[in-house]
Ligand binder design. Structure first.
Ligand code: RIB
Ligand code: CA
Length: 315
């Protein structure tokens, strides 16, 4: 059993990642924190609350964090085409009845980490703004975190620029702070998430799952439209769910120890994760870069968990 805390900017692939976690019996989600990223904090928080409610888990406490980046003014992401203006492609989900238990994500995270009954895995699947503020405010909790996994960065590519991935690019100073904090980080970046294409037929099982299927088709359909405009086939990259899979099943991916730092001033390289595999600058590794995964196995695990969640909900 692991106690899992999810920091997230839902976000369509965030929703899939959360459903994956909720479909695995050995994962105990003890808290969710929301951050600005795919959409503004108001939207990402509303989405987290209404998604958990729809999935029968309004018992999971949600705290909102930061909308503005840690170290710079918010950059207009222009990324509405990916997740839509509200961050959930306008999906038909009712307003949440629940509200956040706190608007202080750092205090909430510190409390959950200190109070966990099982080894704590913290996963961040949005910009690292909340995590940077956490390590500033409560550095004492760093050694209490059993494992820290992020979806972010890349050793050799980018999706916002040729060398920068969105979660890092959105708040590079936060990422730089986190990588320098002493918190060993498993970086699930584009090197591995771009290696797996989740093609549309893999989701056909949703069509027999009633309202559950309607909601996730309502999310994944527009997300597929976006990727298809790039790749010319009906597919998506399930970035966050892949990071969630590595968090749930450690070692699912191949990885290599590295010293990872973040460019924050480069004209061409702003937001780039610089991955040093050979201690070129004499620094010991501060994390792991992930390289490969068995895509078919990942899909079996993802679809199995989401199907189990739908069944648990009576669909
Ligand atoms: O680059 C992919 C990441 O950016 C994912 O976390 C997605 O949700 C967006 O936040
Ligand atoms: Ca995300």
């Amino acid at each position: 059993m692991i106690d899992l805390i999810i920091d997230t900017d839902p976000g369509i692939d965030d929703a899939v990642a959360i459903a994956l976690a909720l479909g695995i019996a050995d994962v105990n989600v003890i808290g969710v924190t929301t951050v600005g990223g795919n959409s503004g904090l108001e939207h990402t928080t509303r989405n987290a609350l209404r998604l958990l409610e729809f999935l029968g888990r309004s018992d999971i406490p949600v705290a909102s964090g930061y909308d503005q980046p840690y170290g710079r003014d918010k950059q207009e992401t222009g990324y509405e085409p990916v997740h839509g203006h509200d961050g959930f492609a306008g999906v038909d989900l009712p307003e949440p009845a629940a509200t956040v238990v706190s608007t202080d994500s750092s205090a909430f995270l510190a409390e959950k980490i200190r109070g966990a009954q099982n080894p704590v895995t913290l996963i961040a699947i949005g910009p690292l703004t909340n995590i940077a503020h956490l390590v500033d405010a409560y550095p004492d909790v760093i050694p209490l975190i059993h494992r820290f996994v992020i979806m972010g960065g890349a050793a050799r590519t980018g999706n916002v620029t040729p060398v920068a991935e969105f979660n890092i690019w959105h708040d590079p100073e936060a990422a730089k702070r986190v990588f320098a904090s002493g918190l060993q980080t498993v970086m699930v970046g584009l090197d591995v998430t771009h290696s797996v294409r989740t093609r549309e037929p893999l989701w056909e099982w949703l069509n027999s799952k009633g309202r559950f299927g309607e909601v996730f088709n309502g999310l994944i359909g527009p997300y597929t439209d976006f990727y298809s405009s790039f790749y010319g086939e009906r597919m998506t990259h399930q970035h966050d769910a892949m990071a969630m899979a590595e968090a749930i099943w450690p070692g699912l991916m191949t990885s290599e120890a590295a010293f990872i730092d973040v460019e924050t001033i480069g004209e061409l390289t702003d937001g780039m994760t610089v991955v040093d595999l050979n201690m070129r600058k004499g620094q010991l590794p501060n994390g792991f870069v992930t390289w490969t995964i068995d895509g078919d196995d990942f899909h079996d695990r993802l679809m199995g968990a989401m199907n189990q969640l739908a069944t648990n909900l009576g669909y």
